[in-house]
Design a protein around this ligand. Structure first.
Ligand code: AMP
Ligand code: FE
Ligand code: FE
Ligand code: ZN
Length: 285
């Protein structure tokens, strides 16, 4: 079984539509793909509509933007009730704050790289969560940089003069919210150093106590050492281990299926979730 539980669509900062993600998952030979857009469940329905046609099972999820002491933490929520009022409210507040923050960043950037909010808006999928990658896409479209990565290096990194924060919950609070909504929380890429400071292990311990299910150890942003450290931490804290591509379409080099999650781990995850994995009806998975 090839299970890749963490991919993005144009409902956040991926470039495929949810339907295109399902087709790409089939082409990559996946049995199960997880849709995990930032702070939204908007892609769930259009992706679900493609399960039969593609023969690929769908794990419904969301990657929740959290912060602790200014350090970004990404929490994957799986199989939660999408109508849960508390979680819906956090997602809405985050998306609203993301939008205001992106406008502020564009104002700051425009002083050095002439750019308008309209330029960014045309890069954002309908109703999508706005993020720095969309500003990157506008900078690339305007010819300032060759790709997203260069924009992050030169303009969008958090220590630069153009960076603005957005609202995001504390990761321990987010774990509690996900569990209360019947979801299963997994910490995404816990030791991705390339993204800045990594979260202190005390915070991960607190998240584990609050009901964390697992740690995403197998991820391209982890060095071999980081991956081993995350695996050891999971063993210590009694947490499950997952792996994923964190696919973003053409926005990143990450390829579907480059890291995978074990079938037994997905089975235990599904047991704890309020929703089920959506399977094509002829499949035995
Ligand atoms: P934001 O949530 O708006 O602060 O933007 C963070 C998102 O930017 C992450 O979810 C990544 O998908 C993306 N990202 C971070 N670094 C890079 C990079 N070097 N190249 C492309 N995308 C990146
Ligand atoms: Fe992203
Ligand atoms: Fe992430
Ligand atoms: Zn992601």
């Amino acid at each position: 079984m090839r299970i890749d539980p963490h991919a993005h669509t144009n409902c956040s900062d991926g470039t495929d539509t949810p339907a295109e993600l399902m087709l790409a998952a089939a082409a990559a030979g996946l049995d199960v793909v997880g849709i995990a857009d930032h702070d939204t469940t908007a892609g769930w329905e259009p992706a679900a509509a493609m399960v039969r046609a593609t023969g690929v099972a769908l794990l419904r999820g969301t990657e929740i933007s959290c912060t602790v002491d200014g350090i970004p933490v990404h929490l994957l929520a799986y199989l939660q009730d999408p109508a849960d009022p508390a979680l819906k409210e956090v997602f809405a507040a985050t998306r609203q704050s993301r939008d205001a923050r992106a406008r502020k960043m564009v104002d700051l950037i425009a002083a050095d790289y002439p750019l308008t909010w309209k330029d960014v808006e045309t890069q954002v999928g309908p109703g999508a969560s706005v993020g720095r990658p969309h500003i990157a896409d506008a900078l690339v479209a305007a010819g300032y940089f060759p790709h997203r990565d260069a924009c992050f290096e030169r303009v969008l990194h958090p220590h630069g003069p153009y960076y603005v924060r957005h609202f995001s919950p504390h990761p321990v609070e987010a774990v509690q919210l996900v569990r209360a909504a019947g979801g299963v929380p997994v910490m995404a890429h816990p030791h991705a150093q390339s993204r800045g400071r990594i979260v202190p292990s005390d915070v991960i311990k607190d998240m584990a106590r609050a009901g964390l299910f697992g740690l995403e150890a197998r991820h391209r942003d982890h060095t071999p050492l980081a991956r081993r450290q995350v695996e050891e931490m999971a063993a210590e804290l009694g947490l499950e281990i997952t792996g994923s591509s964190d696919y973003h379409g053409t926005g990143k080099p990450n390829r579907l299926g480059e890291n995978l999650t074990d079938e037994a781990v997905l089975a235990r995850l599904e047991e704890q979730g309020t929703l089920e994995v959506l399977r094509p009806c002829w499949s035995s998975t």
